[in-house]
Design a protein around this ligand. Structure first.
Ligand SMILES: Nc1ncnc2c1ncn2[C@@H]1O[C@H](COP(=O)(O)OP(=O)(O)OP(=O)(O)O)[C@@H](O)[C@H]1O
Length: 226
């Protein structure tokens, strides 16, 4: 039985039907990459997976149990890193992270925060206030949240945006290690990030009046900023 699965999800936002009849199944240690042009519903699906957006129809399950039967329990197993920087400007990077670590149940939030910054290659920003961090440093700080407290399901919305090549490498390694421990990762991406053995979900396949995907990665769908 897959650990995380969805059956016939439909997403309605405002008046707009964003996707329909979307299903997936991911085993422990698995990964799913969401591909599709701007507005195709990648962020909406990630928010749905995080329990932040309710499906119009269809449902998701974790270990065979409907996610909707205990939404709080589901949210406790998720690390969701979205587009927006959740960095408090007056707190240092380490204090920002310790806050998230304590919310995530870390035993020693300040120590977990420091360890996470080290793993993402930015221990030197520990004492820098959030307002002085560069875009890439903020991104690394947000991504460090997933390392500062344990959660089996990582949902990452375009995590490689603003990261340099070294940052992408550190993220790839963190993802690989998470999966080796049985965790699951779902990533939306336009850019290069290597996730070996990941399944791919083409959001176009679930658009209203979708035509079946031809399996070719069209050039126009790539290499643009969100
Ligand atoms: N809060 C909202 N209320 C109503 N409609 C929304 C809302 N957020 C997003 N949408 C709409 O839902 C659709 C899907 O948006 P979404 O952000 O999920 O796409 P995406 O594939 O992640 O796009 P991008 O690649 O640009 O990040 C878009 O048409 C968007 O306008």
């Amino acid at each position: 039985m897959p650990l995380f699965a969805a059956n016939d999800l439909t997403c309605l936002r405002g008046e707009r039907l964003v996707f329909q009849e979307l299903s997936f199944a991911v085993d422990a240690g698995g990964a799913l990459v969401l591909l599709g042009p701007n507005g195709s519903g990648k962020s909406s699906l990630l928010r749905m997976m995080a329990g932040l957006l309710r499906p119009f129809s269809g449902g998701m399950s974790w270990d065979g149990e409907p996610v909707s039967s205990d939404p709080d329990l589901h949210r406790s197993r998720v690390h969701y890193v979205g587009h927006l920087d959740a960095v408090k400007p007056v707190l240092s990077a380490r204090e920002n992270l310790a806050f998230w670590a304590s919310m995530g149940g870390a035993a020693d939030p300040m120590e977990s925060a420091m360890a996470a910054l080290e793993r993402l290659g930015v221990p030197h920003i520990a004492d820098v206030p959030g307002r002085y961090l560069s875009a890439g440093q903020k991104r690394r700080l947000n991504l460090a949240r997933i390392l500062a407290a344990p959660a089996p399901l990582w949902l990452l919305d375009e995590p490689s945006v603003a990261l340099d090549r070294a940052g992408i490498g550190q993220l790839e390694e963190a993802i690989a290690e998470h999966r080796r421990g049985g965790g699951i990762v779902v990533v939306s991406t336009h850019a290069e990030i290597a996730i070996p053995g990941a399944d791919t979900l083409h959001m176009d396949d679930f658009a209203v009046n979708a035509v079946p995907h031809d399996g070719y990665d069209h050039e126009d769908d790539q290499d643009y900023e969100p």
